[in-house]
Design a protein. Sequence first.
Length: 433
Amino acid sequence: MVQDYINDLRFKDLKPLKEKVWLASPTMHGKELEFMTEAYKTNWMTTLGENIDCIEKLASSFMGVKHAVALTCGTAAIHLAVKLAAERLYNASTGISTPNGLGTGGALFGKRVFCSDLTFDATVNPVVYEGGEPVFIDSEYDTWNMDPEALEKAFRLYPDVKLVILVHLYGIAAKIDEIREICKKNDAILIEDAAESLGTLYKGQQTGSFGDYGIISFNGNKIITGSSGGMLLVDDEYSANKARKWSTQSREPAPWYQHEELGYNYRVSNVVAGVVRGQWEFMGEHIERKTEIYQRYKKGLSDLPVCVNPEGEGISNHWLSCLLIHKEAMCETERSDCSATYITSSGKSCPTEILEALEAFHIEGRPIWKPMHLQNIYRNHGFVTAKGGKRQKGNEANVGADIFARGLCLPSDVKMTGAEQDFVIEIIRRCFA
């Protein structure tokens, strides 16, 4: 039964907002429409055009890489990065003649890949598209990202693995130097998923530019958006050209439709690219506003038994501000696969209570990503913590599960006013009353 927060005495004198406060909605500035209209007027409404060329140049220059390939989404970019890595590592087939017969198997058929555990499944699914088996690496508390110590242990448990997919969660830079060194020592390729961390710096360098392949996203809730869209970032021309070919159905340079490799409809539209082009110059403004929101939460919640997500060693874009409730301040709660229950307790709360209370007052929040090793689809896959390869029952050796149990994402919309954010903070405070 859902709590009646409107009539709860803890929330008396509070009224639901007339306009909804969103978690992270697109923020448009007007220039986007100019470039979209230009595509319309010149009839460049397909997967070719000036907007695409422009955002590829903008991205490669900004990210400090030699090539950027504009694609339909970040997931498409991860998929092509996975295929490029498989070709490089295993000389895997990129056509339809695969190890297990016609049209089945995939470029990673029978191969394991180390993946960040605490993330959205779009990071992991492309491994399975190509017949690979994800093995999940636990997080650490300093950044909430892949734990280098757990990665070290994973290589000892699975010495045959040669591919690692790392995520920079919620805009926080992972411990890249340590992870890159571990990959180098084990002759492993690194794919860097910076979908959430565009604009985040680590030692003065953009996240997404450290790996052998990098990924950024222009999804509707990201730092800048195209409504959709993403980029594959590479330094070698061969990979860039191969990705462009694969992303346009692998057409050969022939006067007819000639195909010798499996292809995909992954190239971005010139119209979507126009939105990204119009957004690009406002990236710094968006990050500045996100940082203000993060600092306001940090100060406004400082006397509660909670903390905000860490900033790590880098300079975060603060894409989403998150909250982690102290263990001793968690009320009794139980979660099933698709629902949660809790018992209201004085001075204590839980993510479900806070999210329900926010929703009652017309405010959007979100749970922390549920770790991949807890998802039904991946429950039988390998999972490695800093204490080894066994699935621990307690959260003390399972950092991602602990963060999921005690954490939530707070509204971090660029357009949210100070008064609206103060209202969010007040609701959270009353949950602990």
